[in-house]
Design a binder for this molecule. Structure first.
Ligand code: DX5
Ligand code: ZN
Length: 229
């Protein structure tokens, strides 16, 4: 059983870009533990979002950890810029052509935390060679590219497999789930062993941010306590 805190990271991709500062303050006041920033290059994924300048602007609005999700083909080339912009954890994808060892070593040199993500079509085994050198493993619950998609249940056995391995080794590595998180899937993924929950539409897509965060927090705690029973 993990001793890590359960954390909620609103994904700014679902926030109003015309008033990002207000969205950040609202989520922070509502109990966000971190922010998730989706960087997309139009190559690794079909969509294009933003780069280091926006991460730096977000950093000026909050002191919470910034989880920077690099959906880009050449993360090593940009790691230094995202570290300088104030990223706390830089998460790259294991499907890229670059050697993960190079990306991990560079992140260490830059003094930032490093995470590795897998898409829904990537087997969880791809994580094992790197797991001891990471701060975070990110399992994706949707095909990367867009917020507001439906959770793909195949993420659950992957979370369970990573959780079993981390617990066996008494490892403090954070286990993140990104994509399709609702109160229902928050509970299921917490039960499966996730500790870090990226939430886009379920935080910013409807209702009020503070109420959405409270409902998600209740759901992850419920899921984690289901797991203990
Ligand atoms: C998808 C992104 C996600 C996305 C999550 O490519 O990596 O972070 O913003 O949004 P929701 O929670 O709406 O699925
Ligand atoms: Zn993401």
């Amino acid at each position: 059983m993990t001793k890590r805190p359960l954390r909620l990271a609103p994904s700014l991709l679902s926030a109003d870009f015309s008033d990002l500062g207000a969205a950040i303050r609202e989520a922070e006041a509502g109990g966000a533990d971190a922010f998730h920033l989706d960087v997309m290059d139009g190559h690794f994924v079909p969509n294009i979002t933003f780069g280091p300048a926006l991460v730096a602007a977000v950093r000026r609005c909050t002191r919470l950890p910034l989880d920077v999700h690099l959906m880009i083909e050449e993360p090593a080339r940009y790691l230094e810029a995202f570290a300088a912009a104030g990223g706390t954890t830089l998460v790259f994808h294991l499907e890229i052509r670059e050697d993960p060892a190079v990306v991990i070593d560079l992140a260490r040199k830059l003094g930032v935390d490093v995470g590795a993500a897998i898409r829904p079509d990537t087997p969880v085994d791809r994580v094992w060679p790197w797991i001891d050198r990471l701060d975070q493993v990110m399992v994706m619950g949707v095909h990367p590219g867009f917020s507001g998609q439906k959770f793909i249940p195949g993420a659950l056995p992957k979370i369970q497999a990573v959780r079993e391995r981390l617990d066996r080794e008494d490892s403090p590595v954070d286990l993140s789930i990104d994509g399709g998180i609702t109160t229902e899937t928050a509970r299921e993924t917490a039960r499966a062993g996730a500790t870090f929950f990226v939430c886009g539409n379920s935080v910013f897509g409807h209702g009020t941010v503070a109420e959405n965060l409270a409902a998600l927090r209740a759901a992850v705690h419920q899921g984690a306590s289901d797991a203990v029973r």
